[in-house]
Design a protein around this ligand. Structure first.
Ligand SMILES: NC(=O)c1ccc[n+]([C@@H]2O[C@H](COP(=O)([O-])OP(=O)(O)OC[C@H]3O[C@@H](n4cnc5c(N)ncnc54)[C@H](O)[C@@H]3O)[C@@H](O)[C@H]2O)c1
Length: 390
């Protein structure tokens, strides 16, 4: 701590660090970002200079030896999370770790044990659950579920008690992405593990958070664990998550669409910028601000987002160059997650996305890969998803 502010270190100064961690921590009123650490010394030095930090190193143990550091942000490749978290826990530093927390359940257990032994707080950046749009979607969903209201003109054939499966909710997540943009490391079986472990871990976590306190009980998956795939997760109350991830899509259209159907209603969230509620009398559609918006004059909501996207891609340069020169991002919850993690350290409250969530999403990813490889629907045993490590 320094003058009431938490002192932090960025470990892994690659693309994600530049897009979120480094600017977000530098702008945070309760955080002093002191260190840039990257195994590539020049990357650490560049980040130190770009963000005017105090120190740079290529050895994360140097960060752990600094008594002033309160927490570290880990944004390396996935395969080195465990040694970094073990060292942080030993040194009593809290950890904000990029997703996936681990690549295998065994590695996740070791992380959970280290966190417990070190008495530190760990937060996994499974950030979708912290996006304003999805927080609002869940709130509306819970309110409607608790007290369903129907349109006065709803057509009812026969007044009767609903059949059991009519009470179940269905969360559909559609991802469409352009895989030519992927760095090859994501597809490397050792360092990246493919898109289920690298990306779909986000939406597996989202399903667990959305339907909590239900637990996942069964998983089915199809396609390729490396690229395009689908996953269905059944929850203990009978609700379902279906994720459809296609890599054959385009950047010309937004990547993520969320739709939940429940109790004669459809609640829809369109790429974090607009929520629409159908079948719920009086429910008002909502729009959400972008995290970084170079064109606020074009308004808010999905159509405005499309106009903004068209405007920024006009003219010379490819998308990467445009992105580097003019940040333009929807609010996927990264800043909210950082804020909540900082508060949980300062107030000694539970982590907004703890090691259990990190474990569960890792384990479900692993099971989904297994389900694809064996063409089997697999059970999610209750004793495995609720581990009690001593
Ligand atoms: N939450 C999200 O929405 C989101 C989005 C994108 C990426 N990510 C995550 O961020 C992480 C980084 O992704 P990226 O695209 O920035 O990758 P990247 O390859 O651009 O950056 C990773 C950096 O970590 C460094 N590094 C590797 N091992 C290290 C070690 N032992 N010590 C210090 N530095 C080390 C590398 O040299 C590299 O500079 C991944 O885990 C990815 O899943 C999360």
């Amino acid at each position: 701590m320094r003058n009431g502010q938490l002192v932090s270190a960025q470990i892994g100064c690659g693309k994600f660090a530049y897009s979120q961690d480094l600017p977000n921590m530098c702008e945070h009123p309760d955080v002093i970002l002191k260190w840039a650490c990257d195994v590539k010394k020049e990357s650490a030095q560049e980040a130190k200079e770009a963000f005017n930090l105090e120190a740079a190193t290529d050895d994360f143990l140097e960060v752990m030896a600094d008594p002033e550091v309160d927490f570290v942000k880990v944004a390396t490749s996935h395969d080195v999370h465990l040694p970094i978290i073990e060292a942080a826990a030993k040194a009593g530093k809290h950890v904000f770790c990029e997703k996936p927390m681990a690549m295998r359940d065994t590695e996740a257990y070791a992380i959970m044990r280290a966190v417990k032994r070190g008495g530190i707080k760990l937060c996994v950046d499974l950030n979708r659950r912290m996006s304003p749009a999805l927080q609002s979607l869940r709130k509306q969903y819970l309110a409607h579920r608790a007290n369903p209201k129907h349109q006065p003109w709803q057509y009812i054939e026969t007044v009767r008690e609903p059949l059991p499966e009519e009470r179940r909710s269905q969360l559909l997540i559609r991802i469409q992405d352009e895989s030519s943009s992927y760095g090859m490391v994501h597809l490397d079986p050792v360092k990246g593990g493919g898109l289920i472990i690298g990306e779909s871990v986000h939406w597996l976590d989202l399903g667990c958070w959305f339907f909590a306190p239900q637990l996942p009980v069964e998983i089915t998956a199809w396609g390729s664990s490396r690229l395009s795939h689908g996953i269905n997760v059944l929850f203990s109350g009978g609700d379902n998550l279906t994720l459809v991830f296609s890599c054959a899509g385009t950047f010309c259209y937004p990547k993520e669409l969320f739709e939940v159907t429940t109790e004669a209603a459809l609640l829809q969230s369109r790429f974090f910028v607009e929520n629409n509620y159908y079948g719920i009398p009086g429910a008002k559609d909502e729009t959400f601000k972008l995290q970084d918006d170079p064109y606020p004059e074009l308004g808010d909501g999905f159509d405005a987002y499309m106009r903004k996207f068209d405007r920024r891609t006009q003219g010379a340069g490819n998308l990467k160059e445009i992105e580097n020169s003019r940040p333009f991002r929807v609010d996927k919850g990264h800043r909210n997650m950082l804020n909540s993690f900082v508060r949980c350290i300062l107030d000694n409250t539970p982590s907004p996305c703890d090691e259990m969530a990190g474990f569960r999403s890792t384990y479900l990813s692993q099971l989904a890969i297994q389900a694809i490889h064996t063409h089997q629907t697999l059970p999610v045993p209750i004793e495995v998803v609720t581990p009690n490590l001593v």
